[in-house]
Write a protein that binds this ligand. Sequence first.
Ligand code: UDP
Length: 307
Amino acid sequence: MTRALVTGGAGFLGRRLSTRLLEEGYEVVVLDNLSSPSPLGSPAGAEFVEGTVVDPPDLPGPFDRIYHLASPASPPRYLQDPIGTLRTGAEGTRSMLELAEAHEARFLLASTSEVYGDPTEHPQREEYTGSVQVTSTRACYDEAKRYAEALTYAFRRQGRVLDTRVARIFNTYGPGMAPDDGRVVSNFVNQALAGQPLTIYGDGSQTRSFCYLDDLIDGIWQLSNSDVVDPVNLGNPEEMSMKELATTIAEEIADTGIDYLPLPESDPSRRRPDISRAQQRLGWEPQVGLAEGLPPTIAYFRSLIDG
Ligand code: UDP
C-alpha cells in the first residue's frame, strides 16, 4: 500500500487531491491547520492531523509521497497575514522537505502562476523568469513560492531529496471552493445568487484563464507519476477578461448589475499558461471548458446556500 501525506488536504485543492489518491488506492494522511478549509470538510477516508507545516506535529508515516499544498492561496487570505504566508512558504516548505528526506519520499510542491508576477511575457512559459515587484503587497505570496521552488531544487541538488516535482498552478475553480475566499469566481457566483451586483475590480479588462478542479487534480496526479523534474504549468489556456467572466456568470444565473471597485495593487494585468510542456511531457491537457465547469460550480454554491 502506498502512503501519501497531503499538506493543506482540507483545502479546496488538497481535499480533491486526497480523494483522488484514495480512489487510486493510496492511504492518505492530511495535515492542515484549518485556516481556509473547504466547506465540504476533510476528505472521508483520510487520516486527519491538525497542525501547521511551519511547526508540524508528529505525523503517522511512513510516507512514500508528500504532496505539499499547504499555504494561504487566495489574495485576500494571504494579504491578511503576509508574514505568516512567507513563513509557510519558506519554513513550512523546509520542514516538509526535511520530512521527505527522512522518509525518502517523493516530494511534489504546489507552486503557482504568481511566480511570474505581473507578466511581461504572454502566455507564460516555464522558462519565463517572471516580473515580481518585491516591495508590492502580493510579494509575500509570490516570493514565498519562488523561494519554495528554489529550496526544492536546492534539496535535490544537494542530494537530500532526490525525487521532486514542481507544479505551477494557475487559477482553478470548482465545487469545494470556500464561498468567502474572495476569489473572482466565488465572488461573482455568490453575488449573482444573492441578487447583488458583481464586483469588478478596475475596469475588468485584466485577464485570467480558469481551470476546472478535476482537470487540475488530474494534472497533479499525472505530474506526480511522471519523471518530470522541471516545473510544469498546470492550467487551462482559455483566457478571458473579468468583464467577460461577469457577463458569462450573469447569463448563467441572473443579471444583477456591476459595481466597479478599485483595482488591488499589483494585480496582474493578464495571465494565461503555455501548457506545451504538460502536453508534451505528461500527455495532459484540460478537458473541461468554462461552459461545462460553471454549472456544477454554481450548483455547488447554491447547495451551500440552501443547506
Ligand atoms: N476580481 C474582481 N472582482 C472580485 C474578485 C477578483 O474583479 O470580486 C479580479 C481580481 O482583481 C483579479 C481577478 O479578478 O484581476 C482574479 O482574482 P482572483 O482573486 O480570483 O485571483 P488572482 O488571479 O488575482 O490570484
